[in-house]
Design a protein around this ligand. Structure first.
Ligand SMILES: [Zn+2]
Length: 43
């Protein structure tokens, strides 16, 4: 059985298109940028 860590390593990681940070998977899975970069643009 795979450990949880192995399982997550095999998932495609979502990276922010702006800063390259990992994006937490959420309902808004179409987002390609992290919350930080998105909020910057909204200012
Ligand atoms: Zn970002």
């Amino acid at each position: 059985m795979m450990s949880p860590l192995e399982f997550f390593k095999n998932l495609p990681k979502k990276m922010c298109a702006e800063c390259g940070d990992h994006i937490d998977e959420q309902a808004e899975s179409y987002l390609i940028e992290c919350d930080r970069c998105l909020s910057k643009k909204e200012e």
